[in-house]
Design a protein around this ligand. Structure first.
Ligand code: FES
Length: 615
């Protein structure tokens, strides 16, 4: 018999029964509570903080000492991944540990001139002729090659062949026409699809009418894989065990199915009428969704092994609740850290089609840098880390309610003036706010050009547990009953992230022998392009100044790519061309990178790249 204990989680009031001795983070995950766990449960990030109100626990390591102050320990704080529950217990999950749905970015540019979706519905022309083994199926208005029909669908046709009219769903998803379903009645107008941005953190879904490209609904949700680690490497590590891979695959599918349930019931659409799904995801996400072992992506030689063909699967094989024979199409990957989402960015930006030289930057946990025009594309990815999205920073949070999104520091009083998402008291600082903080601290002289916090100019800079820290918001003005500070450790992390990004751009520019003056367009994808103050991003030296470039915030390029390839078979071909044509520079083994990284460890950087702000 199992030895069970009862655990209560507050403030949600959730009660669960678990085996005595379970690791608390596993219990929280199974209970469906979204808690931060950036490192995936290894005691290396300090984000899974809980407060023990009642009960007995045992610690599995002493790593908590690095993340919790003596005062917090005395108040009952623990790291959920580093304790086992030994008795009936009650915990509070503090607000800063909970993952809230981030502000979702939909796409800015999603225009399609010629709608030719991969999946279309046609009426079957009567009579249905029997010639030998299979009948001859003619589709009204269709003039392409004779479609493939599998045994199961063929039997279905036979069973309803006398009940006219009959509608057939024809797809080109697998590069050859195939009838994937037949239905009684004229259902040619009831054909829908999904365009999905399968992000490491969030999943955004559009429900699209395939006959006219109209977006009928959009919805998003946190990727429920998130409690298994926020960084890609943590997910790869978790998927190393076959059970872990199965669990992550199931979690991604559960999140997608939940979005499908909500969209179809809101709109009164039958799930069987979803006949095509197009997905923009990074290489790891695409692997996990398809149940492919991503272990090889941990190694440098994994780059050559990454297939540049799109992953294509049937809904029933993945467990996705759409028409069981609908195809799932994932935009093709290029390398370990440059996936279908980046190919979606390129497609959405149109840089592959322009004779002007452009740079596209997608700053997520993993940064993607792509230079190119209509003749060539050169790319690299860099470990920009999650700092620019609020991750890994002591009081960093994603762009969500309670996050400081912009700020200014007075050069006289050194006090910060800020705006908060949702207009509430702040509970943390999100990516755009962190960039402002770094640039402003530098401007008013409390951060030096090597990224070190300067002591003695204001009492708002003090010594804390992690060295010097700047008090951005004092306790009485926060929602978390503590000062919100920027620490030297945060600054070191930010300097590393900015040097990785700027260094990557510099390496590609040197390889291409181009100067900052030659770039005519700068496309900035994702939340960074939409919310960050670009002047401050340049002042801090995240990327060089490009005096002749037009700036284009791209929105959610991954979603735009999924939507575009959803509605155009030609664009699917184009994405494959883009993936195949893209030259990828692996900075991990590139000798130029360490020099470029080192020279980017200054704020902002050299005059050659920062003519206005540099030295
Ligand atoms: S320290 Fe617990 S998840 Fe990172």
């Amino acid at each position: 018999m199992k030895d069970l204990v009862t655990i209560i989680f507050n403030p949600m009031g959730k009660v669960v029964e678990v085996e005595r001795g379970s690791i608390l983070l596993d219990v929280i995950r199974e209970a469906g509570i979204m808690i931060h766990s950036i490192c995936g449960g290894h005691g290396e990030c300090g984000t899974c903080r809980v407060i023990l109100n009642k009960g007995k626990v045992s610690k599995t390591s002493t790593r908590y000492r690095k993340w919790l102050s003596p005062q917090e320990i005395s108040e009952g704080y623990h790291l959920a991944c580093q304790i086992r529950v030994l008795s009936d217990s009650e915990f509070t999950i503090p607000i800063e540990s909970l993952v809230f749905s981030p502000k979702i970015l939909l796409s800015a540019e999603m225009k399609i001139e010629d709608i030719k979706p991969a999946s279309r519905k046609y009426l079957i022309e009567p009579p249905f002729l029997r010639t030998g083994e299979q009948g001859l199926i003619r589709l009204r208005g269709y003039s392409g090659p004779y479609p493939k029909v599998d045994e199961e669908v063929y039997r279905k046709i036979l069973s309803i062949k006398d009940k006219e009219p009959i509608t057939a769903t024809l797809t080109m998803a697998n590069n050859y026409p195939e009838i994937i379903d037949v239905e009684i009645g004229d259902r040619t107008d009831s054909n829908y699809g999904l365009a999905i941005d399968l992000g490491t953190t969030t999943i955004v879904t559009l429900l699209v009418k395939l006959t006219n490209g109209k977006i009928l609904g959009s919805i998003s949700e946190l990727n429920s894989q998130i409690t298994y680690g926020e960084a890609l490497v943590a997910r790869i590590a978790y998927a190393k065990e076959p059970e872990g891979l199965k669990k992550l695959q199931r979690k991604a599918v559960e999140s997608i199915n939940d979005l499908i349930d909500r969209l179809t019931s809101n709109l009164g659409i039958k799930k069987e009428d979803i006949t095509d799904i197009s997905i923009g995801g990074n290489t790891v996400m695409n692997h996990l969704l398809a149940g492919l072992d991503p272990a090889y992506l941990s190694y440098v030689d994994g780059n050559e092994k990454v297939s540049r063909n799109p992953i294509i699967r049937k809904a029933k094989d993945l467990g996705i609740n759409a028409n069981t024979r609908a195809y799932i199409y994932c935009l093709p990957n290029v390398s370990r850290f440059l996936g279908g989402d980046a190919v979606g960015d390129v497609l959405a930006s149109g840089i592959y089609d322009s004779n002007e030289l452009s740079l596209l930057v997608d700053m997520g946990t993993n940064g993607e840098i792509i230079f190119g025009n209509n003749l060539w594309l050169m790319s690299a990815s860099c470990a920009s880390g999650p700092a620019f999205e609020g991750g890994g920073i002591k009081f960093g949070i994603r762009a969500m309610q309670g996050g400081i999104e912009h700020l200014k520091i007075s050069p006289e009083t050194f006090e910060a003036e800020y705006t908060v998402i949702g207009d509430t008291r702040p509970r943390g600082i999100c990516g755009s706010g962190i960039i402002d903080a770094a640039a402003e601290m530098f401007s008013v002289g409390i951060l030096d050009f090597t990224g070190k916090i300067v002591e003695g100019r204001t009492p708002l800079v003090r010594r804390g547990r992690d060295g010097l820290e700047y008090i951005l918001v004092p306790t009485e003005k926060t929602a978390i009953r503590r000062d919100i500070v920027i620490t030297q450790r945060d600054m070191d992390y930010l300097m590393d992230s900015k040097a990785a990004t700027c260094g990557a751009i510099i390496v590609l520019m040197r390889k291409l022998k181009i100067s900052i003056y030659e770039i005519k367009n700068l496309y900035l994808a994702g939340a960074f392009g939409a919310y960050a103050d670009l002047k401050n991003a340049t002042k801090f030296g995240i990327f060089p100044e490009f005096p002749n470039a037009k700036i284009h915030p791209l929105g959610n390029g991954s979603l735009a790519g999924a939507y575009t390839t959803h509605l155009s078979v030609e664009k699917r071909k184009k994405t494959k061309e883009i993936a195949e044509k893209m030259f990828y520079v692996d900075l991990l083994v590139d000798t130029m990178f360490s020099d470029a990284y080192s020279e980017s460890l200054y704020v902002p950087g050299r005059k050659e790249f920062f003519p206005n702000y540099g030295f």
